[in-house]
Design a protein around this ligand. Structure first.
Ligand code: NAP
Length: 682
């Protein structure tokens, strides 16, 4: 039997101390032992802080994003090694896809978001500059920087790979080292994925550590720069919240707990409609995927009163076609629960539900199992209940049977349906299958405060919809109340959980230096030549040129109007323009001003500037009348390396009139060639 290994302070440590036996889900055969009692947890924290933290912080967001991409590619190349272990957890190949490919995919998304949405530097700029003084000499800006401690990840048994990677990706992108503690029941699969990452040599020393066993006194030793990110039951979360530094509010604690998720069938979604079929498909999928061992699975099936019989019939018919058995066997749709202990727990919880609901499908004492060991394997059939009175029921809204168990509940109207869904006291996801936007809106507004995610599916989205139960790296995963009150994922939002936000106040030069982007009012540096003649590396934040003025004539406006076809009255008809509250009379087109601005600041010869890729934040602040003149200030605002060949330069472009009043402003995006040799030189 394998001794699982922890990875502490750079050493692999075999299971020791009080050993916990791990058995295969479908056969009950012992496969490994875990135990980590004697790990030196103080040394692990020190190792993370002294080795991992500094090494990660020496990189910027983009380097860390590239590291994540390399890790994801490495895992992807080796994923069959993980799929080989997957059936031991009771999961079919399709279930494993959510865990293994889903986890790797999540890492890819964070790698890509890190490079597209975070700066090519070490400080994350959060929001716009706040003008705190009349003349703009004293400003404010929010920044986020990596915490200086360690993130402890405690994961649930049901997604050993995804659970690890969905926490690790944002943590590493933030620049924080992690200590990972997977659930013991499936720790062998998490260990295999972890080992692949460490053996790849992609991660700096100390960036990650691994505990195959209990956490000993680790949590007691954490401090104010550390984070505990937990996924598991509400009961364990409550126990962890009592740990010293968490209870004292010193150590951040993020919890993803259990959840009584619901799905609502819209009144319009009658049998024969596409939405009815979508609903049946999604409910069956959520009940049977991973044997219903999904935190997001549909536990409560909300159906209009008049459709209860037809929904019961359709679900029963579909569930009766589900083949249960050895998850490695071809044709098996539903494998085993993770362990005999889980099976016993689900049966106990199902009995509590049965006290107030009628069982309409799935008898745990009488169902067929194909392959595996029906006696020792943790097999169960899907169990469907029907509760006639959801208003007086208690258990269906409170007891999470973490398996293939779900209950049909009748509702009378949108408000009633939302009210029933909200009785879960906070869930991860609520879904609505309807083709009626008014019904979807009513549910969404009533239910939103109680659910982390609302998933609406209809005929328009069905082909591409990602499924009620799939947390996506782009969207927040978590929920209020019973669901833990935590949030994970959600793109950059998930990264910020491992960072400290700070409000910095000061002069424009101070904010420019800290945020690595030019702030209006900061020093304007004179470049040695026109900035369009400079390569990416030679452009400095704050390099500025002022153009000559150009007078805008009535002929210019008329020419532009007829040339483009934009003969809007404000440019063509003096009297009509005067009647408009914004204009003193005929005025220049905003787009004419933009075009003139380019004509003023561009240096035309072939050179390092490759392309204009867009502009942001365009605003026209003052009309320009015939006879007015404009001139332009062009300033390098921020720089982002994109490829070895070019980088993105964003410029602040501001237009002034002859009175030096600002008339327009925007941020121009360009791609600028990198200097040959600059890449090798770093
Ligand atoms: P669990 O029993 O609460 O265990 C979760 C994790 O906590 C495991 O790694 C466990 O380790 C660890 N743990 C338990 N006691 C601990 C302690 N005193 N100190 C430190 N760590 C401790 O939950 P589970 O059975 O693995 O997972 C099922 C539950 O998780 C369900 O309720 C499900 O809804 C929930 N879940 C939620 C989400 C979500 O995202 N919201 C996702 C998946 C699952 P050991 O395994 O070594 O005991």
């Amino acid at each position: 039997m394998r001794k699982l290994e922890s990875h502490a302070a750079g050493e692999w440590v075999p299971a020791h101390g009080r050993l916990r036996e791990i058995r295969a889900a479908a056969t009950g055969e012992p496969i490994a032992v875990a135990g980590a009692d004697d790990l030196d947890f103080a040394r692990m924290i020190e190792w993370a802080k002294e080795k991992g933290g500094p090494a990660l912080r020496a990189m910027g967001f983009h380097e860390r994003a590239k590291m994540l991409k390399a890790l994801a590619l490495h895992l992807d190349r080796h994923k069959e090694e993980l799929y080989a272990l997957n059936p031991l957890t009771g999961a079919t190949r399709k279930d494993g896809w959510i865990d293994i490919d889903g986890g790797i995919g999540t890492m890819f998304v964070f790698a890509s978001k890190g490079r597209r949405e975070m700066p090519d530097g070490k400080v994350y700029v959060d929001g716009d500059v706040e003008q705190l003084s009349r003349k703009g000499t004293f400003l404010g800006q929010h920044y986020a920087v990596p915490l200086r401690g360690v993130a402890v990840h405690i994961n649930a048994f049901n997604f050993p790979v995804w659970g690890m990677l969905e926490k690790l990706a944002p943590t590493l992108l933030a620049g924080v080292p992690a200590i990972i503690k997977p659930a013991t029941q499936t720790a062998y699969l998490a260990e295999a994925a972890y080992r692949l990452m460490v053996d790849s040599g992609i991660l700096p020393e100390g960036a990650v550590q691994f505990i195959a066993g209990g956490t000993g006194d680790l949590l007691e030793r954490l401090g104010p720069q550390d984070v505990v990110s937990f996924t598991g039951s509400a009961e364990t979360a409550a126990a962890l919240r009592r740990a010293g530094p968490i209870a004292r509010g010193e150590t951040r604690f993020i919890a993803e707990q259990d959840s009584l998720n619901a799905s609502i069938l819209g009144p319009d979604a009658v049998p024969g409609s596409e939405e009815f079929d979508i609903f049946i498909r999604e409910v069956v999928n959520e009940m049977t995927t991973k044997c219903g061992q999904k935190c997001t699975a549909i536990r409560r099936i909300l159906v209009p009163e008049v459709l209860v019989d037809e929904v019961t019939k359709a679900l029963t018919e579909r569930l009766s076609r589900v083949t249960i058995g050895d998850p490695a066997r071809e044709g098996v749709k539903m494998g085993a629960l993770a362990s005999a202990g889980q099976k016993a727990d689900v049966l106990e919880k199902a009995a509590a539900i049965a006290a107030e609901a009628e069982r309409v499908f799935g008898d745990p004492a009488d169902f067929a199992v194909e392959g595996g060991d029906p006696e020792k394997g943790a097999f169960l059939p899907p169990m469907l209940f029907r509760c006639p009175d959801p208003d007086s029921a208690e258990a269906v809204h409170a007891v999470e049977a973490f398996g293939p168990v779900s209950t049909i509940l009748p509702y009378r109207g949108a408000a009633h349906a939302a009210g029933i869904a909200n009785r879960g006291k906070g869930s991860l996801v609520l879904s609505v299958m309807t083709n009626d936007p008014a019904f979807a809106r009513e549910i969404a507004l009533e239910a939103a405060p109680w659910h982390g995610r609302i998933y609406i599916n209809n005929r328009a989205s069905a082909k591409e919809a990602t499924g009620h139960g799939s947390p996506l790296p782009h969207m927040i995963h978590g929920g209020p109340g019973r669901a833990g009150g935590g949030e994970e994922l959600g793109g950059v939002r998930g990264v910020l959980h491992y960072m400290q936000r700070v409000a910095v106040q000061g002069s424009p030069d101070m904010l420019t230096a800290i945020g690595e982007r030019w702030v209006k009012g900061a020093e304007e540096k004179t470049p040695p030549v026109h900035p369009f003649r400079l390569h990416f590396e030679d452009l400095e934040i704050g390099h500025t040129i002022w153009t000559e003025p150009r007078t805008v004539t009535l002929e210019d406006i008329e020419h532009f109007a007829h040339f483009t076809g934009d003969t809007f009255y404000a440019h063509m008809d003096e009297e009509a323009a005067r009647r408009n509250p914004f204009f003193p009379g005929r005025v220049a087109h905003g787009y004419l001003l933009l075009s003139f601005a380019a004509g003023l600041f561009v240096d035309p010869e072939e050179g390092p500037v490759l392309a204009n890729t867009g502009l942001d934040g365009l605003s026209f602040q003052k009309p320009v009348s015939p006879g007015d003149s404009i001139r332009v200030r062009l300033t390098v605002k921020r720089k982002t390396r994109r490829t070895d060949e070019y980088g993105e330069v964003r410029w602040n472009v501001t237009l002034f009139n002859q009175e030096d009043e600002q008339v327009a402003e925007y941020e121009l995006h360009t791609m600028v060639r990198r200097r040959a040799g600059a890449v090798e030189a770093g």
